[in-house]
Design a binder for this molecule. Structure first.
Ligand SMILES: [Zn+2]
Length: 346
């Protein structure tokens, strides 16, 4: 009984061992087969990939507003190019450049024969870009004088003109404004030099108008009346062989006998012959202001006589050092001769 049991166990162990060995063999076999299969699959996959890559390449399809506009090799690099070459576009008068939208990129496998067209896309984007141009307007008394593109030069010019005319009584509002346009071709720009010349011309005109409309006042005395109407034949300060020094008055040619009017009221301080002046009459208006009328034919005033503005005090002639009928008019302040044309005959 004991022995029978013993053998039984031995047989059972032996059987179990056999099953185990068989199982082990089978696992080994299948593992080997699986490895083989995976190897074949890997090689096949590699081959397929190689074949695909031989014929196709990864490329980015570029779309703008949903429309295909071309292909590029790298989306990131192309975005950089857009930033530099389109948005960062530099050029005359360009203030800034903007694109309504940036392109979209989609990775695609395309035939190796398909070429990318970065250059064309850049050109197209440049054409679609919104370019804002900046320019400046030079304005004088609310009137645009010129359009320029150099703010530094324009500012310098404006300051120069302001400095030159700072003591003048004319209205001189000079300003520079910034202006923007998308169509620079519609703007006629000119050089700052041209604009400056135009302003100077306008300023000269303003000064002339100002002088003409300004009341002719010498030290508070208004030279209200023009003594005679006529042509100026010799100006104040003129140097000529016919007299010793510079001309101390203004000569106005008139026919003999033309009435000479007093520029304003005053007292006659001289009336008579005075060497080269010929027949001379002087009127004192107060405040050290005197007017002299020379080369007269007739004198109507006497020393100490009061005259009113516009009174006829003499007639035109050619007495004394004179080469023809004219009034020699002098305006004197405290004895010093002033240029009559600063006040009359402007
Ligand atoms: Zn003279």
């Amino acid at each position: 009984m004991q022995n029978e049991q013993k053998y039984g166990i031995i047989i059972l162990v032996a059987q179990k061992r056999r099953v185990y060995i068989i199982l082990k063999r089978k696992i080994k076999y299948y593992t080997k087969e699986m490895c083989k299969l995976f190897s074949i699959m890997a090689v096949a996959l590699g081959l397929i990939t190689a074949i695909i890559l031989l014929k196709y390449k990864p490329t980015y399809k570029v779309t703008l507003s949903g429309q295909e506009i071309g292909y590029v090799e790298s989306g990131t690099e192309f975005d950089n190019r857009i930033q530099q070459e389109v948005i960062g576009m530099e050029g005359k008068n360009i203030d800034f450049v903007s694109l309504d939208e940036m392109p979209n990129y989609e990775l695609k496998l395309v035939s190796r024969e398909q070429e990318t067209n970065e250059e064309e896309i850049i050109i197209a984007l440049k054409e679609n870009a919104k370019i804002m141009y900046k320019y400046y307007a030079v304005i004088l008394n609310n009137e645009t004088i010129g359009l320029v593109d150099n703010i530094e030069e324009a500012q310098e010019s404006v300051n120069e003109i302001k400095e030159e005319n700072k003591n003048k009584t004319i209205k001189l509002d000079l300003a520079i404004t910034e202006n923007y346009t998308e169509d620079i071709n519609s703007v006629t720009l000119e050089s700052v030099q041209v604009a400056q010349a135009k302003i100077e011309q306008k300023v000269a005109k303003l000064i002339k108008i100002d002088q003409k409309t300004k009341k002719p006042i010498v030290n508070g005395i208004l030279l209200a009346v023009t003594p005679v109407q006529g042509r100026i034949t010799s100006r104040f300060g003129h140097v000529s062989g016919i007299r010793s020094g510079a001309h101390t008055g203004t000569d106005i040619a008139c026919p003999q006998g033309t009435p000479i009017k007093a520029v304003n009221s005053g007292t006659v301080t001289f009336a008579g012959w005075n060497g080269s002046y010929g027949n001379l009459i002087k009127v004192s208006h107060g405040n050290g202001v005197e007017t002299w009328y020379a080369h007269c034919t007739e004198l109507y005033g006497t020393v100490g006589q009061q005259v009113n503005a516009g009174d006829v005090i003499a007639t035109v002639g050619s007495t004394g050092n004179s080469t023809g009928n004219h009034l020699h008019l002098e305006v004197r302040l405290n004895g010093k001769a002033l240029n009559p044309q600063n006040y009359l005959y402007k």
